[in-house]
Design a protein around this ligand. Structure first.
Ligand SMILES: Cc1cc2nc3c(=O)[nH]c(=O)nc-3n(C[C@H](O)[C@H](O)[C@H](O)COP(=O)(O)OP(=O)(O)OC[C@H]3O[C@@H](n4cnc5c(N)ncnc54)[C@H](O)[C@@H]3O)c2cc1C
Length: 417
């Protein structure tokens, strides 16, 4: 089958990987001049197996209102006239109820485990170097109440292997000695030993090169614009570089997916939620953590990527462009320096902002649209790096007419219509 994938982020590239492996003739259409240059470029790097959680949770509405207007707020809502944002936020807040949170958490856990297993297979087969670490991720909590709440949430997992281990702060420091220099206090942490970290951009770029060597065609600098339909199917993709015929089309265009799909599949609720990262060179310093860290009070993830430390996170609503706000970058830099003062050269850190393609419930949008051969693989929000292999594999199953290995409840496009 001739398949076009729109988007060469981590989602489009992993989809291409599984489709090429099945013998399809794959063309990837990407508006940038290389793979992995947008949201997959400098994320927090955390590969969540058991810690894939929706953002929409019971404690979030209070956090949003409490922190309103602060540059360092984990969730910052910019008050502006943006009906799409307000509509999206209302749906997001409706997802914060405990029952909704638990349902989405279980849907995300299913696909995250599937994805993590596939990622392990892919790494073993393809030998890609992407500053990958398997030391686990330690979630730190500033106050006892949040630690107790998160521990309680862990205990809800029937399977004890999935639960993280609750630790007092002295035990956290014993596990990660770089915390010895930390200049703020934490009540304790939860250690998730199975979690991994790695550089999503390196992975995406290197996998794209491998695929090019296997015959996948890459149309870089080409923007997908419209579809030509025939009956209940799409027959071609119109781009700024011409029209491409296809037997099937997969949209992996992240925050741009909704706009591209709007005539075919109107009102897909994918909103661009901005996040920030700084990448600190650690050469010549010895205070960077080895293990992944998640600062739960500020929603910042830290991942050691070879001789760099990536600090990334926070959410900004109402700033749908990738222009970094200097005050948000400085707040991130200050927080990183407070926790790991000896980690590296903070002034030389590379700064970045990216747009998460977020759905209100925080789960991706996978599968066939009402058009027989038009598929979506998008809306991965804060978890696209973690869910990429699973999502790509599911798309390959669906295109082949096979039942995917996991139940897709809560993960498909029809939940919005
Ligand atoms: C600050 C931050 C921290 C994060 N941390 C983590 C983390 O620790 N773990 C995790 O799992 N996830 C994390 N994420 C989320 C993760 O980075 C994203 O979910 C993931 O990168 C999305 O991948 P994607 O391929 O869908 O999007 P992208 O990488 O944005 O790829 C989409 C591609 O589509 C192309 N495109 C769009 N429209 C068109 C068009 N019309 N024609 C042609 N090409 C088009 C774009 O140019 C782009 O290259 C984080 C995100 C942010 C912002």
């Amino acid at each position: 089958m001739k398949v076009i994938i729109v988007g060469a982020g981590v989602i489009g590239i992993t989809t291409a990987y599984y489709l090429e492996a099945e013998g399809h003739e794959v063309t990837v259409v990407e508006r940038q001049d290389r793979a992995g240059m947008e949201t997959s470029f400098a994320n927090a790097g955390q590969l969540c197996r058991y810690t894939a959680r929706p953002w929409a949770g019971p404690s979030v509405p209070a956090m949003i209102f409490r922190e309103m207007g602060r540059a360092s707020a984990p969730y910052l809502v910019r008050l502006r006239f943006d009906p799409q944002m307000w509509r999206w936020l209302v749906s997001f807040l409706a997802q914060c109820r405990t029952s909704k949170y638990q349902k989405t958490r279980s849907n995300l856990l299913r696909i995250a485990i599937h994805s993590s297993n596939l990622m392990d297979d892919l790494i073993a087969r393809e030998n890609i170097d992407f500053d990958h670490c398997r030391y686990g991720v330690l979630h730190l909590f500033q106050d006892q109440k949040s630690l107790d709440y998160a521990s309680e949430d862990e205990r809800r997992f029937a399977n004890a292997d999935i639960r993280g281990e609750t630790l007092d702060y002295a035990s956290c420091v014993a596990i990660e000695p770089a915390l010895n220099q930390c200049q703020t206090s934490f009540a304790g942490g939860i250690l998730h030993q199975h979690e991994q970290t790695g550089d999503a951009h390196q992975f995406t770029a290197k996998l794209a090169r491998i695929l090019a060597g296997r015959g996948v065609s890459f149309e870089y600098g080409v923007e997908a614009q419209k579809f030509i339909t025939e009956g209940e199917s799409v027959s071609s993709l119109i781009t700024n570089g011409g029209t491409i015929k296809a037997d099937a089309i997969v949209i992996g265009a992240a925050t741009n997916s909704a706009k591209l799909l709007s005539p075919m599949c109107p009102n897909l609720p994918i909103y661009p939620v901005k996040g920030y990262s700084i990448t600190i060179p650690t050469g010549g310093y010895n205070g960077a953590p080895k293990i992944g860290i998640h600062d739960s009070s500020r929603k910042i993830g830290f991942s050691r990527l070879g001789d760099r430390l990536r600090a990334a996170g926070t959410a900004e609503f109402g700033a749908p462009n990738t222009q970094p706000s200097q005050s948000r970058i400085e707040a991130l830099r200050d927080r990183a320096r407070t926790i790991f003062p000896g980690a590296g050269n903070f002034e030389a850190a590379q700064t970045w902002a990216g747009l998460r393609p977020m759905t209100p419930d925080g789960a991706p949008v996978l599968g066939q649209t009402k058009w027989k051969n038009l598929f979506v693989n998008t809306g991965h929000g804060s978890l696209g790096w973690s869910l990429a292999c699973g999502s790509g594999h599911i798309l390959a199953d669906l295109l082949a007419g096979r039942a995917p290995r996991i139940d897709l409840s809560g993960l498909t496009v029809d939940r919005f219509f």
